[in-house]
Design a binder for this molecule. Structure first.
Ligand code: VGL
Ligand code: ZN
Length: 200
């Protein structure tokens, strides 16, 4: 068994004071750092949008943050501008131990498609390359932590389970946005996909 820790989007914009802050998003960072020495590989994901990204409410006249819109690939939540390439908000939180990362994978750089998952864009088809990386390193088991539990952690965990990895989500090392029941739906979806949710 070869295990990787996948740290999802621990970036300034998802932490308190950020553009799309996840409540208590920074509380999990010290314990995520502690986990890094228990695994064979550490991967960080980084939400990395060009300015004017199609997932931003500001790109759609008359629409506001947290409204829903139909995109060619399905329903999309409109977000405040966040994690814009090259900005402070897109950088990892200063407390995260980036030195320990074997790989940093960016996602959401395609202007027309959002990418919650670390494996596929929101069309569920366009790969990020992470699956190939993990497989070529012989990794079979994943532990996922980070932000936000009901969006990027959820999509990443479900895709990983579908791809055949053994997936554990450390719920105590995640924090959620929780829009209109999105947290409960995400937990149900992860369980149905065969993801193991644990709390230390
Ligand atoms: C995320 C909304 C938009 C996340 C990223 O990391 O969960 N959520 N972009
Ligand atoms: Zn995003």
């Amino acid at each position: 068994m070869t295990k990787a820790l996948i740290v999802i989007d621990v970036q300034n914009d998802f932490c308190p004071g950020g553009a799309l802050e996840v409540p208590q998003g920074d509380e999990i960072i010290a314990r995520i750092n502690d986990l890094m020495s228990d695994v064979d590989a550490v991967v960080l994901t980084q939400d990395w949008h060009p300015a004017g990204h199609s997932s931003f409410a500001s790109s759609h006249a008359g629409r506001g943050p947290y409204e829903m819109i139909e995109m060619p690939y399905g329903t999309q939540v409109l977000w405040p501008d966040h994690c814009v390439q090259g900005t402070k908000g897109g950088q990892f939180h200063a407390d995260l131990n980036g030195t320990a990362a074997d790989l940093i994978i960016r996602k959401g750089y395609n202007p027309d498609i959002d990418s919650y998952s670390a494996f596929f864009e929101n069309d569920h088809t366009t790969p990020t390359g992470l699956d190939g990386y993990l497989r070529s390193r012989g990794i079979t088991d994943l532990v996922m932590v980070g932000l936000a539990l009901d969006f990027c952690v959820n999509y990443s965990a479900v895709d990983a389970a579908k791809l055949g990895f053994n997936v554990e989500v450390r719920q105590d090392l995640c924090r959620a946005i929780d829009l209109d029941g999105s947290l409960a739906a995400a937990i149900d979806g992860m369980v149905a996909a065969g993801v193991t949710l644990t709390q230390a």
